[in-house]
Design a protein around this ligand. Structure first.
Ligand SMILES: NC(=O)c1ccc[n+]([C@@H]2O[C@H](COP(=O)([O-])OP(=O)(O)OC[C@H]3O[C@@H](n4cnc5c(N)ncnc54)[C@H](O)[C@@H]3O)[C@@H](O)[C@H]2O)c1
Ligand SMILES: O=c1ccn([C@@H]2O[C@H](COP(=O)(O)OP(=O)(O)O[C@H]3O[C@H](CO)[C@H](O)[C@H](O)[C@H]3O)[C@@H](O)[C@H]2O)c(=O)[nH]1
Length: 325
C-alpha cells in the first residue's frame, strides 16, 4: 500500500537515497530540508521539496502524512567537540519541535537516523543494542538524547518508532551519493586522492590493537541502509521504540579500505601516517541480528569492493567543487 512520507534532511546523502527508494516503491514523498549541509540538486526527481527548518515542522506537517523519516541533523564529530551547542540546538532542539508537530497533527510513525556513535568505545564486539551507551563526543550524545526522547514519546503518547543505528555508511545509489563539504569520511576522501583532488590520504593512527594497527570499521552500502528504512516504516508498532544496529558485521581496516580503492580505481594512493584522531574507537563492528529478526532485513551489498566501486562511479560523475548548495 502506498503512503505519504515526510523526509527531513532529504537533500543530504542518506536522506536522498532513502527518498529515492520510497519513490521507487510508489510512495509520495515530501523532502523538508534547510540546505545547511545538503544540496537542492540532491533531492530526487519526483519528491516535493520544502526549503525549511525542522524547528518549523508544524508549518508543513499535517495529518495526511503516514510517517516521518528523520535524517535532518548535524553530524560532524570533530565540529561537535568544538561547537557542542550547535549540536544540542539542531539535533535535540530540532527533533523536539518535530516530535511536537507530530503529536499535534496525529502523525504517529517515525524512523530516526541514530548512530554507532551512541555507544562510544565498545566493551565487546560485535556491538548489540543492549551494549552500554557512553558516547565520546557531543554528536553521539545528542543522538542518544534524541533516542531517549523517542523512547518517552512512544511510551507516553503511543508513537510507533524505530531508531536505526548506522555504522559506516558508504557507496551511492543512482544519482544520489555522498558529497559532504567539508568531507571527513574515509572512502570519499580516498577517492578524492584517486581523482587527483588531494595529494595523499592521512592514516589516523597505525598503532591500534588491530591486525595492521589501523582502525576497523563496518562499512554498509547506502542502498542496503535505505532498504532497512522502508522495512522499519512497516515494522513500527504503536507504543514501541525499536532500536536496530545496521552494519554487515565485518570489520575492514583503514589500510584495507585504501588498498581496495587502489584496486577499484587503478590509481596509486599515497598514504601519510598521521596521529590518532581524538575519539576514534579501535574497532566498531555491528551485530545486526535485531534488524534481521525484527525488520526482516537482508543486506546484499556487503562486498567492500562493490561499495567502493559505486562510490567511485558517483565521485567521477559529480565534482563537488563545481556545485553550490
Ligand atoms: N553518513 C553517515 O555515515 C552516518 C552515520 C550514522 C548516522 N548518520 C545520520 O544520518 C543522517 C543523515 O546523514 P548524512 O550523512 O546524509 O548527512 P547530510 O549532512 O548529508 O544530510 C543531512 C541533511 O539534513 C539537513 N538539515 C540539517 N539540519 C536541518 C534542519 N534543522 N532543518 C532541515 N534540514 C536540516 C541538511 O541540509 C542535510 O541535507 C544524520 O542524522 C546523521 O547523523 C549518518
Ligand atoms: O582521512 C581520514 C579519514 C578517516 N580515517 C579513519 O578511517 C576510519 C573511518 O573514519 P570515518 O570518518 O569515515 O568514519 P567514522 O568511523 O569516524 O564515523 C562513522 O561512525 C561514527 C560513529 O563512531 C558516526 O556514526 C559517523 O557519522 C560515521 O560516519 C576511522 O578509523 C578514521 O580514523 C583516516 O584514517 N583518515
Amino acid at each position: 500500500m502506498s503512503g505519504k512520507y515526510l523526509v527531513t534532511g532529504g537533500a543530504g546523502y542518506v536522506g536522498s537515497v532513502v527518498a529515492q527508494h520510497l519513490l521507487e516503491a510508489g510512495h509520495e514523498v515530501t523532502v523538508l530540508d534547510n540546505l545547511s549541509t545538503g544540496f537542492r540538486a540532491g533531492v530526487p526527481a519526483g519528491a516535493a521539496f520544502v526549503e525549511g527548518d525542522i524547528r518549523d515542522a508544524a508549518k508543513w506537517l499535517d495529518s495526511s502524512y503516514d510517517a516521518v523519516l528523520h535524517f535532518a541533523a548535524f553530524s560532524q564529530v570533530g565540529e561537535s567537540v568544538v561547537k557542542p551547542e550547535k549540536y544540542w540546538d539542531n539535533n535535540v532542539g530540532g527533533t523536539m519541535a518535530l516530535l511536537a508537530a507530530m503529536r499535534e497533527t496525529g502523525v504517529r510513525r517515525l524512523v530516526f537516523s541514530s548512530t554507532a556513535a551512541t555507544y562510544g568505545e565498545p566493551e565487546t564486539t560485535p556491538i548489540t543494542e543492549s551494549a552500554p551507551t557512553s558516547p565520546t563526543n557531543p554528536y553521539g550524545a545528542s543522538k542518544l538524547a534524541v533516542d531517549h526522547m523517542i523512547t518517552g514519546e512512544a511510551a507516553a503518547h503511543g508513537l510507533a518508532a524505530v531508531s536505526l543505528r548506522y555504522f559506516n555508511v558508504a557507496g551511492a545509489y543512482g544519482s544520489c551519493g555522498e558529497r559532504h563539504d567539508p568531507e571527513s569520511h574515509l572512502i570519499p576522501l580516498v577517492l578524492q586522492v584517486a581523482q587527483g583532488r588531494r595529494e595523499a590520504i592521512s592514516v589516523y593512527g597505525d598503532d591500534y590493537p588491530t591486525p595492521d594497527g589501523t582502525c576497523l570499521r563496518d562499512y554498509i552500502h547506502v542502498a542496503d541502509l535505505a532498504e532497512a528504512h522502508l522495512l522499519a516504516v512497516a515494522a513500527a508498532q504503536p507504543g514501541e521504540h525499536l532500536i536496530c544496529n545496521l552494519g554487515n558485521g565485518n570489520g575492514f581496516s583503514v589500510r584495507e579500505v585504501i588498498e581496495t580503492v587502489r584496486k577499484v580505481t587503478g590509481h596509486p594512493i599515497p598514504e601519510v601516517a598521521a596521529p590518532r584522531r581524538a575519539g576514534d574507537p579501535a574497532v566498531l563492528v555491528a551485530s545486526a541480528a535485531t534488524a534481521r529478526e525484527r525488520l526482516g532485513w537482508n543486506p546484499s551489498r556487503a562486498d567492500l569492493a562493490g561499495i567502493v566501486a559505486d562510490a567511485w562511479e558517483f565521485a567521477q560523475r559529480n565534482d563537488v567543487k563545481a556545485e553550490g548548495h
